[in-house]
Design a protein around this ligand. Structure first.
Ligand code: NAP
Ligand code: MG
Length: 403
């Protein structure tokens, strides 16, 4: 069989621990036998980040700006324990945070839905993708513990020195106050990423805030979305046969529980933080959750939503059998290859990505899966495979599909 040719390279960001082991297996067994892989490789493993003073992370994000598409392995975000374990020179920042800041992106998380791993919400038939605005609000707040009686005011001093004041509360006793902010530019980038991603995946886009209560702050979010939609996206949405839908956050939550899925739910920072955890557990497993960072400039970075699966890695190092789920990492690769295929007009490459996902899903639906899914599946007569054998089983189905 001749291997599928690529035009433009992918940016490949290798990572840490068990996901680094899986990365190699996926490339060896599921990608390279079928695709003449062109990638610009960056080793974001913790040792290399330490050796390069984290320059390698910055370089990989720069390369993503050049090529447009990246696939990333899970990486360790160092804490004090990791500094000691790896003898690090510094407690390096989260690579995902660095890359997201450089690409100015929004993260879209979507569950991989398979028969036999049923969502706890019966009406959900198709994935619900969450987009979380990752700037400002309570995550960049200023807070004061109010000790006793006194007046709290919101004061804005403009560049020319003039002041705007708004009373918050006349305290007669102790309490707390909080100041939060957001930026038109950040909200607009977020909106743009959401509209672009909805078009690129042909799914409806939902957005919700509490604008009836927060008539200036949340209302600004609603307006920025509405203005951008009217100005630049309404025509393209209508042509694509998809909808933009705005409602109140509590109405959105109620509707989501009764919906079939198959749409993107754009959330303010806090809503996205909370709702993405609810969705991933309600859909079954963190190991079945994909994640893509989409920048408003049209860069895409694909990864699994889970971490480096440290506990399994230590078992692996002790020579014990592991049964680590590689599905989300496989889908990171298929997502990146499909996007590369679309951007470079290579239908064979996009088709390969579809077949790879089909082979993965049908392996599970055929009763072969890793331990995490075997424990929760509704299928009977399942075989629990170890890490490597699951990938081999997918490879076998993939060869059959491509033959
Ligand atoms: P984790 O790697 O997501 O794993 C937590 C637990 O979830 C595992 O111990 C395992 O449970 C289960 N799990 C997660 N993914 C799985 C998979 N693919 N197959 C089977 N089970 C899976 O989170 P963590 O252990 O808290 O974090 C480990 C490292 O990952 C940390 O250093 C953290 O900084 C990093 N991290 C990176 C990213 C990223 O790069 N995007 C995201 C999150 C965390 P059992 O042990 O019960 O089997
Ligand atoms: Mg959370």
């Amino acid at each position: 069989m001749s291997r599928i040719k690529m035009k433009t390279p992918l940016v490949e960001m290798d990572g840490d621990e068990m996901t680094r082991i899986i990365w190699r297996m996926i490339k060896d067994d599921l990608i390279c036998p079928f695709v003449d892989l062109r990638s610009e490789y960056f080793d974001l493993g913790l040792e290399m980040r330490d050796e390069t003073g984290d320059q390698v992370t910055v370089d990989s994000a720069e390369a993503t700006k050049r090529y447009g598409v990246a696939v990333k392995c899970a990486t360790i975000t160092p804490n004090a324990a990791r500094v000691e374990e790896y003898g690090l020179r510094q407690m390096w920042k989260s690579p995902n945070g660095t890359i997201r800041a450089m690409l100015d992106g929004t993260v879209f998380r979507a569950p991989i839905v398979v028969k036999g791993v049923e969502p706890v919400v019966r009406s959900w038939k198709r994935p619900i993708t969450i987009a979380r605005h990752a700037y400002g609000d309570v995550y960049k707040n200023a807070e004061i513990r109010v000790p006793g009686a006194g007046r709290a005011e919101l004061v804005f001093t403009s560049a020319d020195g003039s002041e705007t004041r708004e009373p918050i509360h006349e305290f007669t006793g102790a309490g707390v106050i909080q100041g939060i902010h957001n930026l038109d530019s950040s909200i607009e980038s977020f909106a743009r990423s959401c509209f672009e991603y909805a078009l690129s995946t042909r799914q409806d886009l939902w957005f919700a805030t509490k604008d009836t209560i927060s008539k200036t702050y949340d209302h600004r979010f609603k307006d920025v979305f509405a203005e951008l939609y009217d100005k630049e996206y309404r025509g393209r949405f209508e042509a694509a046969g998809i909808k933009y839908f705005y409602t109140l956050i509590d109405d959105a939550v109620a509707r989501v529980m009764k919906a079939e899925g198959g749409f993107i739910w754009a959330c303010k920072n806090y809503d996205g933080d909370v709702m993405s955890d609810m969705l991933s557990s309600a859909f079954g497993s963190l190991a079945m959750m994909t994640s893509v960072l989409v920048s408003p400039h049209g860069y895409f970075e694909y990864e699994a939503a889970h971490g480096t699966v440290q506990r399994h890695y230590y078992k692996h190092l002790r020579g014990e059998r592991t049964s680590t789920n590689s599905v989300a990492t496989i889908f990171a690769w298929s997502g990146a290859l499909r996007k590369r295929g679309e951007l470079d007009s290579l239908p064979h490459l996009a088709n390969f990505a579809d077949r790879l996902e089909e082979a993965t899903v049908s392996t599970i639906e055929g009763g072969q899966m890793t331990g995490d899914l075997a424990r929760i599946t509704t299928l009977e007569n399942v075989t629990t495979l170890d890490t490597e054998d699951f990938i081999h089983a997918v490879a076998e189905r993939l060869r059959a599909l491509l033959a």
